[in-house]
Ligand binder design. Structure first.
Ligand SMILES: [Zn+2]
Length: 444
């Protein structure tokens, strides 16, 4: 049984890595092939230099992504079949001999996390201080980078350690249906995180001030009234502290929900464009996208936890993945390492749903404001973020949470051919997130 599990895993790794590499080359090829010509729709809005910059920036990011994929695959194989995780477990066992103890579990996760962090660090440094800097986007100083690292490490310990201990406790004490308890706990944790992220966590990294522009105020209030919204928080974030990329997003729920504009976005957009972007974000609220995501996350995590519950009982699960130390902590680490290999081919489904939500939010904005204002805002964002206008369609299918600029603009212009705002009937009724924020405007 063990050799079969190893063989299936190895084949899946090769398949997924091959697929990723193929997609990367497709994207590089497609962007390069369209480098010399600005797409017709954008010809009068985006200069040849700006188009070249976007192509070069996209290709530079794809190249480092390719290296990242290769190193990630080698690391995954070293951790598993190569015996790396077992080495970490043996070292940890020297300090904490009882592999069922919480101390062993915490130390195993810490050792595993530390190795991952060290391998990722050069990529993060290269992306920030070489690529982003070369294209004029980086505003991060070495000092701020180090401060951020310490804050993230502290947060990981303060939040991660109790979370892990609780999960290990539930796994150890709740019998064969532990996965149902862990699932309830995990969902509760996610809701709390969503509630506290905007008011407690995000302010650790950025300053948020209420949007105070007097001219904007009346405009925004009128939009909110028209949409039947009561939003407690419209905030401006000092995104310029780290990057020149501009964006907007919404976060939280209930009383904690807020809409956040990057200062870098506000300084480039006209008031009517800001209104259109806000209307797009309100569209996400109106269509209850936060709750739909939580529902999807909830179903997927239930399925995955159940699966882990079954796999953990199979000795072949450990041995087939190159480890001899069994137990809850090891099972969690193995599962989190191996699952993405099998779930990556499903990413077109999730990206499709996300793009569907973006179209819905765009359509809502076109209803509540002038579609053309959102179009000009989008063009400015793509231009100023040097986002490519010519992505490869298959690469896009896998990776893009937002439809391409051309598709969004085509749909916006066909939906609302310059309908004057005054004709729009007010709609009633009440209602109810960033690794690379600049790339796909209106990150949600
Ligand atoms: Zn959006």
């Amino acid at each position: 049984m063990t050799p079969i599990i190893s063989a299936v895993f190895l084949l899946a790794v090769l398949g997924t890595t091959g697929l990723r590499i193929w997609l990367t080359f497709r994207q590089i090829g497609h962007v390069s092939a369209h480098r010399n010509e600005v797409p017709v729709r954008f010809a009068d809005k985006i200069s040849k230099e700006e188009h070249h910059k976007a192509a070069d920036y996209s290709i530079a990011k794809q190249r480092i992504g390719l290296l990242d994929t290769l190193v990630g695959t080698i690391l995954l194989l070293l951790f598993t079949l190569g015996g790396g995780l077992q080495m970490i477990a043996d070292t940890v066992q020297g300090f904490f001999p009882d592999t069922d103890s919480y101390a062993f579990g915490l130390a195993l996760f810490a050792g595993f996390g530390l190795v991952g962090f060290i391998v990722d660090l050069p990529f993060s440094l290269y992306r920030t201080f070489v690529i982003e800097a070369r294209f004029g986007f980086n505003k991060m100083t070495a000092r701020l980078y180090v401060i951020d690292l310490f804050k993230q490490a502290a947060l990981t310990v303060v939040l991660g350690a109790p979370l892990l201990l609780a999960v290990l406790w539930l796994m150890g004490r709740m019998g064969e249906h532990w996965w149902a308890y862990v699932w309830l706990f995990w969902m509760g944790f996610n809701l709390l995180a969503l509630l506290f992220y905007p008011t407690v966590i995000a302010p650790l990294f950025n300053k948020f001030v209420p949007l105070a522009d007097a001219a904007m105020q009346a405009r925004i209030e009128s939009l909110l009234a028209r949409c039947g919204f009561r939003v407690g928080g419209l905030f401006v974030m000092d995104g310029s502290k780290r990057s020149a990329h501009g964006n907007a997003y919404f976060t939280g729920f209930g009383a904690a929900k807020r809409i956040v504009f990057f200062d870098t976005l506000l300084e480039r957009l006209q008031p009517e464009e800001v209104e259109a972007v806000l209307a797009h974000e309100l569209g996400h609220f109106k269509h209850r996208h936060v709750w739909k995501r939580i529902a999807a996350l909830s179903l997927i995590s239930l399925g995955l936890l159940w699966l882990l519950g079954q796999l953990m009982l199979q000795p072949g699960f450990y041995a087939g993945l190159g480890v001899s130390t069994t137990g809850t902590a090891m099972a969690l680490i193995l599962f989190s390492l191996v699952m993405p290999v099998f779930t990556f081919p499903l990413s077109p489904l999730f990206s499709f749903l996300s793009r569907h939500h973006e179209y819905q939010a765009d359509a809502y904005a076109a209803q509540q404001t002038a579609a053309n204002d959102l179009v000009t805002a989008l063009v400015k964002l793509y231009r100023d973020n040097a986002s490519t206008l010519t992505p490869d369609p298959i690469h896009s299918m896998f990776y893009d949470s937002h439809p391409s600029a051309s598709l969004r603009i085509a749909r916006l212009t066909s939906q609302s051919p310059g309908r004057p705002k005054i004709d729009l009937a007010p709609s009633g009724g009440g209602s109810d997130r960033r690794s690379d924020p600049g790339v796909q405007p209106f990150d949600a």
